[in-house]
Design a protein around this ligand. Structure first.
Ligand code: GAP
Length: 508
């Protein structure tokens, strides 16, 4: 997030107002007790979108050979010492000496001295910048103290006195199952697994609403792979000519932000990417956002600067979405974690993580795709929010929309309602998400459905009683066409397509 908390949040507010009003996202939770920053709930329509996004990721990963696992969200301290999070998962903070408010030091500097790069700077260096730039407490104007470290993990007590932490990522809880997984995969590598579940980070005074949460859902895929397999990866050869919007760090070092729309093969030849297997993971992650229909100009793949990478990463590329109010926001991180994780867990658990290779025995490497589900959902809502002269509505892709078809009688009389209920009951038995609505004028019902992104409405009118046809209204064009009732299901199978099915067919 490279714009500041004081950014004008006009667009964000509009999206969130609609989300709250219509049952997508509620919060901060618990609302009736005043709410706590960083915690949000999904209402009935939001939960359907969340399920749909998770299902898309689940199915896409399965098609690409990943198996799903599920681990506890709480682990004893030793796990997080071993993963490096106790020591390395630290944010720089600064406290106002007067009103005692605490801030993220790097974010505060970025806000008041936007030209200064904060990544990789020590606490002393950050303190010096705050002094030199005369940055004061935004709340009371007081003097800020020294920058110190703050661990982002949420601590808890397991039983009477065992220290535990809520996981700050799902990844580590997958790595610590490696020995079991390796046996499950009959000791073959590469092996691919993923986990979808909650992660927790004790973010300091998060001010970006649903974009910086303290409890959120991740979908994280991990590939265990031998170093010798990383440079020659069969699946890569099938997609090497696909062009992606890349922003390598070498370009950023020249103070440039121009996207390189180049193929992954070119990216390797130009030295932006090193390994075929890693490039393939970037492609797998990218495809999700393409399938979700996020406009191309609003997302990019940005490589981390070397001093920006997390403690475990040898290379990192983020899929970023251009928000109207906060600038580019990371939705998904793709990481080359090398042998960092398994070597650490071998050392701390004293359990061998070695596998057979042509060199004898070695610790496998890990390549990771880390989807943030909640930010992806926000991006979907923001990218598809439209307010024009006539209506305020969501242009959600039909396959992801919480309600796909609404059935209306033109009037609640003359047998139109009975006929409409009959059509509704038939459509309910198909794979589509269908609702029935007879309240208020037909115009109001259309608007209500546009607002929640319903792509199609079926209306039963007087002509239906004569010739058995109904109208289908298209949300985007507001145009209607007539279809015979018995052909409705066939028509919707044509109109509502899941891009995953088409992509899967191409891949066979
Ligand atoms: N296992 C690697 C890992 O956790 P990350 O880049 O820290 O990588 C992955 O997180 C994704 O999780 C991010 O791209 C983002 O979408 C989501 N995420 C991270 N912190 C978040 C937060 N505080 N609120 C909401 N989503 C967050």
């Amino acid at each position: 997030m490279n714009k500041t908390a004081t950014a004008n949040k006009k667009h964000y507010e509009k999206v969130m107002m609609l989300s709250k009003r219509r049952g997508f996202i509620w919060g901060p939770s618990p609302e009736i007790f005043g709410g706590l920053s960083g915690f949000y709930s999904y209402g009935p329509l939001g939960k359907i979108i969340k399920n749909n996004v998770e299902e898309l990721i689940q199915k896409w990963l399965w098609i690409n050979g990943f198996w799903e696992v599920d681990a506890p969200t709480v682990s004893p301290e030793i796990v997080w010492i071993s993963s490096g999070h106790v020591e390395g998962f630290i944010d720089p903070i600064v406290r106002c000496t007067k009103c005692k408010t605490v801030y993220r030091a790097d974010k505060l500097i970025e806000e008041f001295a936007p030209n200064i790069h904060t990544s990789g700077k020590s606490f002393e260096e950050l303190t010096k910048i705050i002094e030199e730039k005369n940055i004061q407490c935004p709340k009371c104007g007081g003097k800020l103290g020294e920058v110190t470290g703050y661990n982002l993990m949420m601590k808890t007590t397991i039983g009477l006195d065992t220290t535990g932490y809520l996981r700050p990522e799902t990844a580590t809880t997958t790595y610590i199952m490696f020995k079991r997984l390796h046996a499950f995969f009959r000791e073959k590598l590469p092996s691919k697994v993923f986990q979808i579940g909650k992660a927790y980070r004790n973010e300091i005074s998060p001010r970006q609403g649903v974009l910086r949460l303290r409890e959120f859902t991740q979908g994280e895929a991990q590939t265990f792979i031998l170093p010798e397999q990383e440079h020659d990866f069969a699946d890569f050869k099938k997609i090497e000519n696909e062009k992606l919007p890349l922003l390598p760090y070498k370009i950023q070092m020249e103070d440039r932000e121009d996207i390189q729309n180049i193929s992954l093969r070119e990216a390797i030849d130009l030295g932006y990417l090193e390994k075929e297997a890693y490039a393939w993971h970037i492609w797998v992650a990218y495809k999700i956002y393409e399938m979700l229909g996020i406009p191309k100009k609003r997302f990019r793949l940005r490589q981390h600067l070397p001093d920006e990478r997390a403690h475990y990463a040898k290379d990192a590329w983020d899929i970023e979405f251009l928000t109207q109010d906060f600038g580019w926001v990371e939705l998904c991180g793709v990481h080359d974690r090398g042998d960092y994780d398994l070597s650490r867990h071998q050392k701390y658990s004293k359990q061998k993580m070695l596998v057979r290779s042509s060199k004898g025995k070695e610790v496998p490497h890990v390549l990771e795709i880390a989807f943030g589900i909640d930010r992806t959902i926000y991006a979907l809502l923001e990218a598809n929010y439209v307010k024009d002269d006539v209506r305020e509505w969501l242009r959600l892709p039909a396959f992801i929309a919480p309600i796909q078809i609404a059935v209306f009688p033109l009037m609640k009389k003359d047998g139109l309602d009975a006929k409409a209920k009959e059509v509704y009951r038939t459509l309910r038995q198909t794979e589509f998400r269908v609702v029935y609505d007879e309240d208020g004028s037909i115009g109001k019902r259309y608007r209500r459905m546009d607002e929640v992104g319903t792509p199609f409405e079926v209306t039963i009118d007087y002509q239906t009683l004569e010739d058995g046809t109904v109208t289908i209204r298209d949300r985007d064009t507001m145009e209607q066409h007539r279809v015979k009732i018995e052909e409705l299901t066939k028509e919707f199978k044509k109109l509502i397509q899941n891009p995953l099915e088409n992509l899967a067919k191409q891949m066979i």
